[in-house]
Design a protein around this ligand. Structure first.
Ligand SMILES: Nc1nc2c(c(=O)[nH]1)N(C=O)[C@@H](CNc1ccc(C(=O)N[C@@H](CCC(=O)O)C(=O)O)cc1)CN2
Ligand SMILES: Nc1nc2c(ncn2[C@@H]2O[C@H](COP(=O)(O)OP(=O)(O)OP(=O)(O)O)[C@@H](O)[C@H]2O)c(=O)[nH]1
Ligand SMILES: [Mg+2]
Length: 454
């Protein structure tokens, strides 16, 4: 195994920068670049101890005064000998110290290579390693809670219990298939069917957590729609906290889609403000209306804006019928200016009808509560494990497909060794998910997403 080095702190100026060196020669590399102030040799330092001293360049000129921290294998993040040089946090300075580490025998670390080594040393499962990246990129409390429970092995345990059940079924089947003439209790198709159906339901529950994690991570694709002049752009500006969209009292002001990401409590909304929906002879506006309808089709959340000061018009009804049963909130804007709109007309179609004034900000709290209820009320318990990326979800889905095929095979009375093959595939897919039996290529792919130094 080589000895690797990288700057583990951000690629920016800061108070302190940490250069991490890990591998069998980590302490030799450290001893070559670092001269301790107390004169005691680095090679004699115990794990979890520090020393103050100087980094010297190849000509013996001081580069910086630093703190060296020593970790002794296996008690380190990577499980290897590790030396950390904490120097002053200049970009040029930290890169110079890193270069000296390379000159002293270390190799540049690949993205995620420290964590990959921790995985290979058995310190982390693959899902736990992935959680490290989630921790780093978490943008809020809910995301942090998911990443932390992933780190604590929640997903690993949940998947592992499914793998365990599969292994028990497989060993029953193996005994039956291999020794049919012996006095082994037969595998009852009904019992097998029931076990597999329950297992499929477990996996389906795990798969459904993915959407929650994705919503926290990527935000909700949200479209603001409605007929012209109802106040869509004013709402866009209210939500984003600045004058993002042009607002006028001229119907047909917005034409192009205006996009902005905003944070609302635990939710991130990826907002698109669109052209007011109407038939118009203006070609440019008409193109805007077409795009608005397209965005409406793709959106995960529809903020359907209506004008409280006017009764529902045909364009409003057309919008309502297009929305159908999609995830949507009816917003009755301009609540400050009167109410010609009776909410009952809308509550037949929408679970939430919220009067607001985008102009004064009235009702925004209620809107936020409605959106939280819509997206987070059936949120899974982060403690129980939330899938955090596409790879994990695809593995669960593949395992579910194998199990569905096995159930179909049992029901159509196919030979049990055929069922065994399918369940073997399912078990292998779950072992790939946790990394217990992942190929080199899968592992490479996981760590390629990481940053250098992690
Ligand atoms: N300076 C520094 N801070 C850091 C890290 C690091 O590598 N260096 N980490 C890197 O991302 C995180 C901490 N991760 C670590 C994980 C395990 C061990 C460790 O020494 N494990 C031992 C002892 C465990 C124990 O005492 O229970 C072991 O596994 O045997 C150290 C850091 C965050 N902060
Ligand atoms: N009284 C009142 N007026 C509002 C409110 N929201 C918007 N308006 C006014 O309504 C007019 C239209 O607002 P916009 O936000 O441009 O409406 P829009 O839906 O984006 O219109 P288009 O882009 O043309 O489709 C402007 O004169 C706003 O000042 C509100 O809550 N109360
Ligand atoms: Mg507008």
């Amino acid at each position: 195994m080589s000895t690797i080095a990288a700057i583990s702190t951000p690629n920016a100026v800061g108070g302190i920068a940490v250069i991490r060196v890990s591998g069998p020669d980590a302490l030799t590399v450290a001893a070559r670049v670092f001269t301790p102030a107390n004169g005691k040799p680095v090679s004699g330092m115990a794990g979890y101890t520090c020393a103050y001293g100087t980094v010297l360049d190849q000509d013996g000129n001081p580069v910086d005064d630093v703190v060296l921290t020593v970790f002794r294998a296996p008690h380190s993040y990577t499980g290897e000998d590790t030396a950390e040089l904490s120097c002053h946090g200049g970009l040029f300075l930290s890169r110079q110290v890193l270069r000296l580490c390379f000159a002293a025998g270390a190799e540049p670390a690949q993205p995620g290579e420290f964590t990959k080594r921790a995985f290979l040393a058995g310190k982390l499962s693959l899902t736990q390693a992935e959680s490290v990246m989630d921790l780093i990129s978490a943008q809020g409390d809910a995301q942090l809670r998911c990443a932390r429970s992933l780190r604590e092995g929640a997903v690993f345990r949940r998947i592992h219990s499914c793998t365990d059940q599969l292994v028990v079924l497989l060993s029953d089947l193996a005994a039956w298939v291999d020794y049919p003439e012996e006095d082994i209790p037969s595998v009852e198709p009904d019992a097998l069917d029931a076990s597999l159906t329950a297992l499929h339901a477990d996996l389906s529950a795990i798969a459904s957590t993915y959407d929650y994690g994705r919503i926290l991570r990527e935000g909700i694709n949200t479209v603001i729609v409605g007929r012209p002049n109802v106040g869509k752009s004013t709402l866009m500006n209210r939500l984003s906290g600045f004058e993002r969209s042009i607002v006028t009292d001229i119907a047909g002001t917005t034409r192009d889609v205006v996009e902005e990401s905003v944070r609302l409590g635990d939710l991130t909304l990826r907002l698109s403000d669109t052209a007011g929906l109407r038939d118009t002879p203006d070609r440019i506006e008409q193109l805007g209306v077409e795009i608005a309808y397209r965005r409406l089709e793709e959106a995960e959340l529809i903020l359907a804006v209506f004008d409280s000061t006017a009764p529902l018009l045909p364009q409003d009804r057309e919008l309502i019928s297009r929305i159908g049963k999609r995830r949507a909130v009816a917003i009755c804007n301009k609540s400050d200016a009167g109410s010609s709109l009776t909410p009952d007309e809308l509550s037949a179609h929408f679970a939430y009808v919220i009067p607001i004034s985008a102009k004064t900000g009235e009702g925004m709290e209620q809107l936020s509560s409605a959106l939280h209820a819509l997206f987070l009320s059936d949120a899974p318990d982060p403690q129980a494990g939330v899938l955090s990326n596409e790879r994990q979800k695809l593995c669960v889905e593949r395992a579910m497909e194998h199990i569905s095929a096995a159930i179909a095979a049992v029901r159509s009375g196919e030979p049990l060794d055929c069922v065994t093959v399918l369940l073997d595939d399912a078990a292998n897919t779950l072992l790939e998910l946790t990394g217990e039996r992942a190929t080199e290529a899968v592992v490479e792919q996981v760590f390629a997403r990481f940053c250098v130094g992690k």
